[in-house]
Ligand binder design. Structure first.
Ligand code: DQA
Length: 142
């Protein structure tokens, strides 16, 4: 089983962002996900970009069993990323470190949420680990 994790705009800056994100870095998240993936026996690929078009192209060309995506601020307005996700039939999970519903009004709307199986938000790095478990569990039931 192969799972692609996509991190979008500004997530490369984790560790140097506002206190709502804590001190976790993207490398730490990737390390913890990799450790969990090896215990679950799944292959993980990571892709990080600040560019909407690159993310769209990555989604379009992905040949994987599941996509875990934190699109950062693009979550709230990228119909292009939403359309690319909609065209993929694999399991898809949207993740956020923070509880986007409890923050500014503009963050409470995700335009990509209707194109994924589910959303996990508010558990900091554990959002990613929960999404990984959800992806593996979903694939096992198929
Ligand atoms: C975020 C939430 C978004 O609103 C924000 O723009 C981000 C990070 C999160 O993981 O909590 O960059 O996706």
């Amino acid at each position: 089983m192969k799972i692609l994790t996509i991190n979008g705009v500004n997530l490369n800056m984790l560790g140097k962002r506002g206190k709502e994100y804590g001190s976790v870095t993207l490398s730490e998240i990737e390390r913890e996900m990799s450790a969990l993936a090896s215990t679950l026996g799944v292959e993980l690929e990571f892709f990080t970009s600040n560019f909407e078009g690159e993310i769209v192209e990555k989604i379009q060309s992905a040949n994987v069993d599941a996509i875990i995506i934190n699109a950062g601020a693009h979550t709230h307005y990228s119909y292009a990323i939403a359309d690319a996700l909609r065209d993929k039939t694999c399991f898809k999970a949207e993740v956020h470190l923070t509880n986007v519903q409890a923050r500014e009004e503009f963050r409470s709307r995700s335009v990509i949420a209707p194109a994924v199986n589910g959303v996990i938000a508010g558990f900091n790095k554990d959002s990613y680990l929960l999404a990984l478990r959800a992806a593996v569990s979903f694939a096992a039931k198929k």
